[in-house]
Design a protein around this ligand. Structure first.
Ligand SMILES: NC(=O)c1ccc[n+]([C@@H]2O[C@H](COP(=O)([O-])OP(=O)(O)OC[C@H]3O[C@@H](n4cnc5c(N)ncnc54)[C@H](OP(=O)(O)O)[C@@H]3O)[C@@H](O)[C@H]2O)c1
Length: 245
């Protein structure tokens, strides 16, 4: 066979080795060791994408797969972000934590991560990856102008969680000021479940969705499906979208 025919065949296979009809994406996952992030890595691999799974200690990523690379990274280290984001198509950020001793929403990792990633993507310039930030349901509206965060009874809410919820709201407010980077803010239902991947759920916007029994829920596996759908289809660029049954 002529060399140029082989080259063409190789290029074709590389571009379409994800699910049929879908380009293979280079996906960087921050929070790959987390409860949601592990499902995101699994879903992306199942669909044939190339996944770089980030952890501050990648030896914790036990999964082996020919399309998976486990790598050290820290969202507080701008240089490491710069190196990791430069050749990717999609950055998924699904992390949590409080930075420093001064506990306040501005010091949540969710908010700092959004700022640090956008800053580094700006450095990449044209062709920078798209960011998909995993948000919090506290930022969803339960009635016009009223957020779910405002309705959660404070007696049941640990202070650290209250700060995280506010940190996620700050992250969304920040991303909404960003118009030079492609971002999406993916918001889960009120409650995550350990249920199976069904691939059947609703996609909404700013309003908290409940099922016909008044429950607002989504399994982590199905939330991961919605995230990788977004990675492939870019349906909600510079928008928030929400996911629930
Ligand atoms: N209903 C809701 O609204 C709801 C419910 C639950 C979660 N969430 C949101 O979902 C997201 C993920 O939650 P989760 O429960 O999956 O979290 P998790 O299991 O606690 O995992 C947290 C992840 O954060 C990563 N991380 C911590 N510090 C980091 C740093 N400095 N740099 C890079 N990565 C760092 C950890 O990675 P390493 O330790 O491996 O570095 C870990 O993978 C959060 O944004 C959370 O707010 C929303």
């Amino acid at each position: 066979m002529k060399p140029y025919v082989l080259l063409l065949m190789f290029a074709f296979t590389a571009a379409f080795s994800a699910e049929e009809g879908t380009d293979q994406l280079q996906i960087l996952v921050y929070g790959a060791t987390g409860k949601i992030g592990t499902h995101v890595v699994e879903e992306a691999l199942q669909r044939g994408h190339l996944v770089t799974a980030v952890s501050r200690d990648p030896s914790r990523i036990k999964k082996q797969h020919e399309n998976l690379t486990a790598i050290t990274g820290d969202l507080l280290d701008l240089q490491s972000i710069e190196l990791l984001v430069e050749d990717k198509d999609i950055i998924i950020v699904s992390v949590r934590g409080m930075i420093g001793k001064d506990k306040k929403p501005e010091n949540t990792l969710q908010y700092i991560a959004a700022r640090n990633i956008v800053g580094q993507l700006r450095g990449v310039g044209g062709g920078a990856a798209r960011l998909i930030h995993v948000g919090g349901s506290g930022s969803l509206e339960v009635e016009p102008g009223v957020l779910y965060a405002d309705k959660i009874p404070r007696v049941f809410l640990p202070k650290s969680l209250e700060h995280e919820i506010q940190g996620q709201i700050l992250a969304l407010e920040f991303l909404r000021t960003v118009n030079d980077i492609d971002w999406s803010y993916a918001t889960p239902a009120k409650n995550f479940t350990n249920g199976e991947r069904t691939g059947e759920f609703r996609i909404g916007g700013d309003v908290l969705m409940e099922d016909d029994r008044g429950k607002s829920r989504i399994s982590r596996a199905d939330f991961a499906v919605a995230l990788i759908d977004e990675a492939e289809k870019a349906d909600h660029v510079q928008q928030r979208f929400s996911v629930a049954y």
